[in-house]
Design a protein around this ligand. Sequence first.
Ligand SMILES: NC(=O)c1ccc[n+]([C@@H]2O[C@H](COP(=O)([O-])OP(=O)(O)OC[C@H]3O[C@@H](n4cnc5c(N)ncnc54)[C@H](OP(=O)(O)O)[C@@H]3O)[C@@H](O)[C@H]2O)c1
Length: 254
Amino acid sequence: MFGQLRLDNRIALVTGGSKGLGRAMALGLASAGATVFVAARTEEPLQELVTEIEAKGGKADYRLLDVTDEAACIEVVNSVIRDRRRLDILVNNAGAIHRAPLLESNTDDYRHVVETNLISLYVLAREAARHMSERGYGRIINIGSVMSTIARPNISSYAATKHAVAGLTKSLAVELAPMGINVNGIGPGYFGTEFNAPLMADAEFTAMVESRTPVGRWARPEEIAGAAIFLASEAASYVTGHMLYVDGGMTVKL
Ligand SMILES: NC(=O)c1ccc[n+]([C@@H]2O[C@H](COP(=O)([O-])OP(=O)(O)OC[C@H]3O[C@@H](n4cnc5c(N)ncnc54)[C@H](OP(=O)(O)O)[C@@H]3O)[C@@H](O)[C@H]2O)c1
């Protein structure tokens, strides 16, 4: 059974892979045997992560990418395929949040969140699926949020796009299953990443996370890795269209 969780000879691309949850999933996929390409906008953290994975005996490479640049997304998918002759696993992880009350928000900021959290996932999934469908095998994992199913004030662009991630995941799952491509999502709860640094520094918010989460604490970034390994692996061969919430029980608590 544990062999089914191995990812030897698999080629994976993780967007936003240099930090936070992307970094944790990249480390996890590499530890399971995959060759992991990590992609983000800043070179140094990507280089550091590749060095760390290689030092642990894993295989990794990196690509510079701003996921809001459609041409760059297409080129990165193609360059991985040119380099390794295939792409088995796409983790659509890069995301953005903009916090503002509706009445103080503006359309440009809203559009940026939609471009980052939704359009880029569509573009990358489309380009990956072009190739995966020819081979009859693929795994696409979209990173949503607990905001894929619930909401909080002042982040409507984030909640709207993360709900859309769940819709995109289900829609692509039913469309791509006949081509051998499984499409699933992960809905993280509150993880202690750079993304959440302002919230972690806020005692009132931290008290809310601790009381609202049945597990009673912020999650550690490495606690996301198991879900990504599972969904990328043969253990999940009959799992598609699913949102796997890794949220300490937050979304099932009234
Ligand atoms: N942390 C949480 O508690 C939590 C909860 C629910 C959902 N999530 C979701 O999980 C994902 C990752 O969040 P995180 O907390 O790990 O964030 P993070 O710590 O801020 O890391 C973000 C990563 O994405 C990259 N990135 C940001 N914008 C990008 C862009 N336009 N193009 C390419 N790469 C980009 C960053 O590198 P560069 O800046 O160098 O590009 C970095 O590698 C997001 O989709 C987020 O919505 C997080």
